[in-house]
Design a binder for this molecule. Structure first.
Ligand code: PMP
Length: 382
């Protein structure tokens, strides 16, 4: 009797897992393990009582938390919710898109056992590529810019990837930028380029997972989605899904001052990017994955506002997250404080603060960047 109940539990679990469309369908073994996490435990005959999967299968289905305490809404019934993307196996939402891109590439035969993948990244996609490449038996070459935190660089190397850092001070259009380095390496060596900026399997990764999770976790009550953009995959894929569910849902891009997105969205003008310190968001060019049709509004945020919000989240809610999560939360709070009717605002806590201990959470670094005001931020200060 007990065994029957447990068997049903596992069967249901598997059905649900497979119906998410998340699982890796290729199933070939590249490093001695089946990469098809769905079938492995069935094969060994313990499926009647164990539902233990591989680490890659833990991607997605992240928790959502209430962070309304940081806001001071004018009217009752306003909620600010954070999607804990730092709880993904590689500690950022980028695991979702890399899994989708790799699955597609394997299905189409662009990525073969023992092959090499190359990816340009501000650090999180690089970590996700390095992690999944390790699990699936590929070699990974990651290019990044010197802006990438030491922690993110070290993590990429820890997964066994070959990390190449572009020279400092080169704009994205320069042949030696980290983005062009990856393109060149792919061309010269025949390596599979993840190409997160222009590969539409990136927003699709969010359309298939992050969007439905937000819809389900809020029981369809989400009214606003707030996210920063770099490739645009998060806001475009998630935004498209949510708007298909309910066209009244508003998508707000949180953009750092210095990024060119705001001017492009507001006036179709391509301005020169300026320096800002928040990592992973904002851009100096317009990637193909960025779909401005889903963007209803843009809220611009300074480095100081982003980092202060990180410290508030840590001190008030115990959420120690990266700078872009602070930027997103600041924009979500601004929105919460100006709305005049009940709303459910969902934002993305993109990655883990541990990736920035030597930056966002370092007094020395903040002081040397004239951001002393962030250090002693009052938890109620916003
Ligand atoms: N936050 C962080 C920390 C990131 O690494 C990224 C991606 N570079 C983003 C936000 C932006 O996400 P997207 O590329 O999907 O626009």
């Amino acid at each position: 009797m007990a065994a029957e109940v447990q068997t049903n539990g596992v069967t249901n679990g598997l059905k649900q897992f497979a119906s998410n469309g998340y699982h890796h369908t290729n199933g070939h073994s590249t490093n001695g393990h089946s990469t098809n996490g769905v079938s492995k435990h069935v094969e060994v005959g313990h499926s009647d009582f164990m539902d233990i999967r591989r680490y890659e299968d833990m991607i997605g289905n992240t928790a959502m938390v209430d962070i309304t305490s940081l806001a001071s809404p004018k009217v009752p019934g306003i909620k600010v919710l954070g999607k804990c993307e730092f709880l993904n196996p590689g500690f950022s939402m980028k695991d979702r898109i890399v899994r989708n891109i790799m699955n597609k590439a394997e299905e189409l035969g662009h990525l073969k056992p023992g092959g090499t993948v190359v990816a340009a990244s501000s650090g999180n996609t690089g970590a996700a590529v390095a992690m999944l490449a390790a699990m699936r038996g590929y070699k990974a070459v990651i290019t990044t810019s010197p802006k990438c935190s030491q922690e993110k660089m070290d993590a990429i190397r820890a997964y066994g990837a070959d990390l190449r850092v572009s020279p400092s001070g080169v704009p994205e259009s320069h042949p030696d930028s980290y983005m062009n380095m990856a393109k060149r390496l792919s061309k010269e060596n025949g390596w599979f380029d993840i190409n997160q900026y222009d590969n539409l399997d990136n927003p699709e990764g969010h359309y298939l997972t992050l969007g439905p999770e937000i819809w389900n976790q809020t029981v369809g009550r989400v009214t606003h989605f707030v996210a920063g953009g770099s490739t645009g995959g998060t806001i475009s894929g998630t935004g498209r899904y949510l708007k298909e569910k309910n066209p009244n849902i508003k998508c707000i891009l949180a953009d750092p001052y210095g990024s060119i997105f705001y001017d492009y969205w507001a006036e179709k003008k391509l301005v020169k990017p300026k320096k800002f310190l928040v990592e992973g968001v904002g851009k100096g060019s317009i990637p193909k994955c960025m779909d401005f049709n889903v963007v209803d509004d843009v809220i611009r945020v300074t480095d100081e506002e982003s980092f202060k919000t990180c410290h508030q989240l840590a001190k008030k809610e115990g959420l120690m997250v990266g700078g872009s999560a602070g930027l997103n939360t600041f924009a979500a709070i601004q929105l919460a404080n100006r709305l005049e009717e009940p709303a459910v605002i969902v934002t993305v806590l993109c990655d883990l603060g541990v990736k920035y201990l030597t930056k966002v959470y370092s007094e020395d670094w903040l002081t040397s960047n004239k951001l002393d005001s962030v250090i002693n931020v009052d938890e109620a200060d916003h």
